[in-house]
Design a protein around this ligand. Structure first.
Ligand SMILES: Nc1ncnc2c1ncn2[C@@H]1O[C@H](COP(=O)(O)OP(=O)(O)OP(=O)(O)O)[C@@H](O)[C@H]1O
Ligand SMILES: [Mg+2]
Length: 350
């Protein structure tokens, strides 16, 4: 299946009976709290421009109330926009007629929810084929698909159990298998792993990454956990008060947080696992062939390799094996230490 990206352009959502009347006021920059006080309307999203590339994971991150769910629900139009466009495969989802929208929702999108949303009186298999039942696909066919995904998400042996006989992690595996069985191009995951214990959560991230490496779906994943965002996101967009305040790769955000709000998130991160040596290398002066490292090596791994090889310097090669720079152990270790706010400011100014 050819995967398509999604382009969100100039999207506004103002909750309340006369949302449209307040667009101009919002464009002029009224704050969320002022809009509530003066006009009794709630600012959900403000001028969102986000390109969600096909076949990769885009993470939307932000604190509670920042507009994450509002944004993801525009993609399958569970929420009507006040203004703006959501383009998929050349068509604006916001302008689709009822039939086209139904078709789009059923065949192109699948959602995975935080609270699993499984049907209690259906077994694991029956929950997983639910979407296909609705499409009228015979059980002989749908169960075959279900069996495949049951195995892939690690639920073999639990096919005939009921949801209340499963742990939270297992229930979320059912949620994921159900979404995958639908064969949709777009997976919408709203805090899908947030209710799980930390270790189970990391397990589920691994399951998703393994499956994604093979399927290359267009995934929109919401979280308020930066570690999860960095692990899963090819691209990360950070929302605050309905506005995107930064978007880019995880590494770009960790190295150059756009403001204090993002700095506060970024300070909690294990930089050694996120930053790659390509981002901190210096120009190569001569050849250092005693130890060469790929530019995508993380700081953690680079330090380990250098210490093991008893080298204080290493050459950095690009993925095709061409020498492009060098690093020193001291610089690698310094880059692992969380800088203070002031230091980050001066890095950002560079
Ligand atoms: N139907 C609605 N009517 C009025 N206001 C709403 C409605 N839905 C959401 N909002 C408001 O829009 C803002 C964004 O809410 P949203 O649910 O998108 O946040 P979120 O980032 O998903 O938060 P959380 O992390 O708590 O799930 C909040 O201020 C919320 O109160
Ligand atoms: Mg939400």
């Amino acid at each position: 299946m050819v995967s398509h990206g999604i382009e969100i352009k100039g999207l506004y959502k103002i909750f309340g009976p006369r949302g449209r009347d307040h667009i101009e006021t919002v464009r002029k920059g009224i704050s969320k709290s002022e809009l509530i006080e003066r006009h009794a309307h709630v600012l959900g999203l403000r001028d969102i421009n986000l390109s969600i590339p096909a076949g990769s994971v885009t993470v939307v991150m932000g604190l509670s109330g920042s507009g994450k769910s509002t944004l993801i629900r525009h993609i399958n139009r569970l929420i009507e926009p006040t203004s703006g466009e959501v383009i998929y495969d050349g068509v604006d989802i916001c302008r689709m007629g009822d039939a086209a929208l139904r078709e789009f929702r059923r065949h192109k999108t699948a959602m995975v929810f935080q609270k699993f949303a499984l049907l209690p009186h259906r077994t694991v298999s029956e929950n997983i084929v639910y979407g296909l039942d609705i499409q009228g696909i015979p059980r002989s066919e749908s169960m075959k698909k279900a069996r495949h995904w049951i195995e892939r998400v690690g639920l073999t042996g639990f096919e005939d159990n009921y949801p209340n006989q499963l742990s939270g992690g297992m229930q979320q595996r059912v949620g994921l298998a159900r979404a995958l069985t639908n064969d949709a191009d777009i997976l919408l995951m709203d805090e899908a792993f947030s209710a799980l214990d930390p270790l189970i959560r990391v397990d589920m991230q691994s399951v998703l990454l393994e499956i994604q490496a093979e399927l290359k779906k267009t995934i929109v994943f919401i979280t308020h956990d930066l570690d999860e965002a960095l692990r899963l996101g090819d691209k990360i967009a950070i929302l605050r008060d309905g506005r995107i305040i930064q978007q880019g790769s995880g590494q770009e955000i960790v190295l150059r947080p756009a403001d204090d709000y993002i700095t506060a998130f970024v300070n909690e991160v294990n930089r050694g696992r996120v930053i790659q040596i390509g981002a901190i290398m210096s120009p190569l002066d001569g050849s250092l062939e005693a130890l060469t490292l790929d530019s995508m090596t993380t700081l953690d791994n680079a330090a380990k390799r250098m210490i093991k090889a008893k080298q204080t310097k290493a050459q950095v090669n690009d993925t095709s094996g061409r020498a492009i720079g060098m690093i020193e152990l001291q610089t690698v270790i310094a880059a692992m230490i969380t800088p203070t706010r002031r230091e980050l400011g001066s890095i950002a100014a560079e």
